[in-house]
Design a protein around this ligand. Structure first.
Ligand SMILES: NC(=O)c1ccc[n+]([C@@H]2O[C@H](COP(=O)([O-])OP(=O)(O)OC[C@H]3O[C@@H](n4cnc5c(N)ncnc54)[C@H](OP(=O)(O)O)[C@@H]3O)[C@@H](O)[C@H]2O)c1
Length: 299
């Protein structure tokens, strides 16, 4: 018998990466599109949840436009808090586990050193606050839950920092990039592989570890250093390397405040699940290679 796992946000960076993975034998990933599962229409959540005997839910859908969330808080709260709460109640009723994907933006970023899961949250904006509320609802409703807090998600898909740098780097000789926010860019593909492993454990083992787990690529860096890593790798594909000038966050004002410190300790994930994501540079290199492979081949 095939055990179906519901993946929400199937067209996003994480969802696309999940759907591209080899699925362990006996499982199937099912990722309905927005026309079938729309978090702003709660009845679609009820219908999808009732449509199959799901083995688990991985909730990867979110309102991720951090700046736009400041001007459309109701929508952000509907998608990031109310919808996960509804899914959580239905998972609890069905007795199945739920994996809720969350964010470093639940933290205020003023800690000295890496955050651990037991640290207090203190979001700086609407996005982080709505995601923290989503976490709370899942934790309260679903006994077998995992909340995977990740950071700075990048991939060959959708919109993300790596793709933006490659585009701007091809257009401009010099770029100014923020250099005082610390964290780890996380490859959606590495994140997806970790989440699928966690989900299968939750399904198969009633005593699988539950709770909050930081799920990020290894290492720490700043956006400026990520940009330089992107361009260094792109140079292998024949791209010209632009000059990258470091700037403070204060020189790049945005509607939403960002945490200056997004360093997340992954010790708990390693101890509980034996999962260690690769170094962030590996992830970035693979994404640049995937994006520029065609370019190199065509040359
Ligand atoms: N991106 C980051 O840097 C980052 C950092 C930390 C944590 N996270 C978390 O990681 C998870 C995955 O993020 P991601 O980067 O894959 O995000 P993404 O690329 O923005 O994808 C989000 C997905 O959610 C879907 N979605 C949006 N509104 C929806 C609605 N009303 N109903 C149903 N689905 C809806 C989107 O559908 P459409 O594409 O059709 O709009 C998309 O498939 C999220 O939980 C996010 O909060 C992301």
């Amino acid at each position: 018998m095939i055990r179906p796992i519901l993946v929400t946000g199937g067209d996003g960076q994480l969802g696309t990466s999940l759907c591209g993975l080899p699925v362990p034998e006996g499982y199937a990933l099912v990722a309905p599109g927005l026309d079938v599962l729309d978090f702003t229409r709660p009845e679609t959540i009820d219908a999808v949840m009732a449509s199959r005997p799901w083995a688990a839910v991985i909730n990867g859908a979110a309102h991720t436009a951090v700046d736009r969330a400041e001007s459309e808080p109701a929508l952000a709260w509907t998608i990031n808090a109310a919808a996960p709460a509804r899914i959580a109640r239905l998972c609890a009723a069905a007795g199945i586990p739920m994996v809720q994907v969350s964010t470093d933006y639940v933290y205020p970023g003023d800690k000295d050193g890496a955050y651990v899961e037991a640290d207090a949250v203190g979001p700086l904006g609407v996005y982080g606050a709505s995601k923290a509320a989503g976490e709370f609802a899942v934790r309260a409703a679903v006994p077998r839950h995992v909340i995977a807090r990740t950071s700075w998600v990048v991939s060959p898909f959708g919109n993300n920092f790596v793709k933006t740098m490659l585009r701007l780097g091809a257009e401009r000789p010099e770029l100014r990039v923020v250099d005082d926010q610390w964290g780890a860019p996380t490859s959606a593909q590495d994140l997806a592989a970790a989440l699928l492993q966690i989900t299968c454990r939750l399904i198969e083992a009633p005593d699988a570890p539950t709770g909050v787990f930081h799920t990020v690529n290894r290492g720490e860096t700043t956006w400026r250093r990520v940009a330089e890593a992107v361009f260094a790798r792109a140079a292998h594909h024949g791209r010209t390397v632009p000059v990258v000038t470091p700037i403070p966050t204060s020189d790049y004002p945005t509607p939403a405040r960002r945490p200056l410190n997004s360093r997340l300790s992954t010790a708990r994930l390693e101890q509980a699940y034996g999962i260690v994501l690769p170094d962030w540079r590996d992830g970035v290199d693979r994404i640049v290679d995937q994006l520029l492979q065609t370019e190199t081949t065509v040359r």
